[in-house]
Design a protein around this ligand. Structure first.
Ligand code: UD1
Ligand code: CA
Length: 470
């Protein structure tokens, strides 16, 4: 059975109250349309046709290079009109046309497979995905005849009170026999409450023509949740997050207070990693076994090695933290940073495009940018790399085993040789040879007795003044 998928994503999404195309709104870190495309990909349907209209350029740009075929529907006059707009794309493929509303991010590929299987085994002209909801809201209602056969789908706005009481809803996913679809689609008319060409009207017309229409009810009704408002978007994001959380817990990942934790769809967390409350793992983040992250940490496209720990209140982006290293609390690690095995980055330290060697330490209050820092280097509190001269960025290199005293200013470009020692409070502007001591600060002057003499002078002046008054 050849199956061609058609995704409807041209609608205005008026109820979102947003200028953005609805399918580009993000649920759980991914655009709505991306969720749907992934479930199609899992099913082996890699090159669906996507109907776009409202904000078509934005949708096309966001998904270019994905092998999708785009068809424009201008203006969008309803879901039936959308399927018609793409007729040239799908009517060439004899077999099954799988039509999907673009706003269904919870849909699972297993469910789509079961829908297609029902369609095939029943030899139906159309098979609807349905769900039984406690509150059927504004969804289209699935009407059945006394024998249980599907008779029609009626939109909530066009339904009688009796029809509205039906709790089985149309999920907006349909398998159609291509040959059986053409006629009913051409016969659609916009005589309804919304003045639109409803795709759902083909059901009644197929039934009238004696063509069998089947239905497959989702075992998990939440899969049918469509996103029409920002409130629904938030609800769907939460469900996607909870779904992910359950998978992680089942796989042996420790999530402390999972309701506050976000492990994004593309993040990988190995068993026996510990994720603490209010922690966000976004993009292509990986946390290896035995690592602990959080609380209150955000990692974006970052890799945390085995046994490493990211302590409270850190932000890391595009960074690698090697095994056994420790970062935070309160560290800001910016892109292209690599923190070596067993290294330590402490509180109020910012790293940018910096490699910190194995066992190196920057425990407090530092800015290290464009720096190459060797193994076992100790970076004292308050050390700053002056990597920017107002025009360009310059590198700093610190050789293995060097010791940089507290409050040192390293004016780049600069090399501190391996094993060298930089005295605290120095402003280093010239390269420091290996194993040398560099001190660059004003020499201290101590004046014996100066403070006592001052105290005594002030006391004398005060006594003289008071005597003058009296
Ligand atoms: C639709 C169904 C309803 C079902 C519900 C499930 C119809 C008439 N109604 O209602 O029975 O219960 O989905 O969520 O189909 N679109 C276009 N072009 C258009 C209009 C819409 O491409 O001219 C796209 C939208 O971008 C969206 C999808 O079709 O992705 C569904 O449109 P929407 O307006 O959300 O339909 P519902 O009112 O939710
Ligand atoms: Ca919808």
């Amino acid at each position: 059975m050849t199956v061609h998928a058609l995704v409807l994503a041209a609608g205005k999404g008026t109820r979102m109250k947003s200028a953005r195309a609805k399918v580009l709104h993000q649920a759980f870190g991914l655009p709505l349309l991306e969720h749907l495309l992934r479930s199609l990909e899992t099913l082996g349907l890699r090159t669906p046709t996507v109907v776009v209209g409202h904000r078509a350029e934005d949708v096309e740009a966001a998904f270019q290079g994905r092998g999708l075929a785009f068809v424009r529907q201008v203006p969008p006059l309803g879901t039936g009109h959308a399927v018609r707009a793409a007729q040239d794309a799908w009517s060439r493929h004899a077999g099954t046309l799988l039509v999907l509303n673009g706003d269904l991010p919870l849909l699972r590929s297993e469910t789509l497979a079961a829908l297609l299987e029902t369609h095939r085994s029943r030899g139906a002209a159309a098979t609807l995905l349905t769900a039984v909801l406690t509150d059927a809201g504004d969804y289209g209602r699935v009407l059945r005849d006394p024998s249980g056969a599907v008779r029609a789908v009626v939109e909530a706005k066009d339904a009688s009170a009796e029809e509205r009481a039906v709790r089985e809803i149309n999920a907006g996913v349909y398998a159609f026999d291509v040959a059986a679809l053409v006629g009913p689609l051409e016969a659609l008319s916009p005589r309804n409450a919304q003045g639109e060409y409803y795709l759902t009207d083909v059901v009644a017309s197929m039934v009238a023509a004696g063509r069998p229409v089947a239905a497959f009810a989702t075992p998990d009704p939440s899969e049918a949740l469509g996103v029409n408002t920002l409130e629904e978007l938030a609800a769907v994001s939460r469900l996607l997050r909870e779904r992910r959380t359950r998978v992680l817990l089942a796989a042996g990942v420790v999530l402390e207070d999972p309701t506050t934790i976000h492990v994004g769809p593309d993040a990988v967390v190995e068993p026996d990693a510990v994720i603490r409350p209010f922690t966000f793992l976004e993009g292509r983040t990986t946390v290896r076994s035995g690592a602990a992250v959080g609380p209150f940490v955000r990692l974006v496209d970052t890799e945390v090695g085995p046994g490493a720990q990211i302590l409270d209140h850190c932000l890391l982006r595009e960074a690698v933290v090697a095994s056994g290293a420790s970062v935070g609390p309160f560290a800001h690690v910016r892109p292209e940073t690599v923190i070596g095995a067993g290294a330590r980055v402490g509180n109020f330290v910012e790293l940018k495009k910096t490699r910190l060697g194995a066992g190196a330490k920057a425990p407090h209050l530092s800015y290290l940018g464009d720096a190459e820092i060797g193994e076992r280097v100790n970076v004292g509190a308050g050390t700053i790399t002056c990597n920017y001269d107002g025009t360009s960025k310059h590198p700093t290199r610190i050789g293995a085993g060097a010791f940089v005293g507290s409050n040192t200013t390293l004016v780049a470009p600069l090399t501190v040789g391996p094993g060298a020692y930089v005295g605290a409070g120095s402003t280093i502007t010239e390269d420091v040879p290996p194993d040398a001591l560099a001190v660059a600060r004003a020499r201290q002057v101590s004046k014996e007795g100066w403070a006592r003499a001052r105290r005594e002078r002030l006391a004398r002046e005060k006594a003289d003044k008071e005597a003058g008054k009296g």
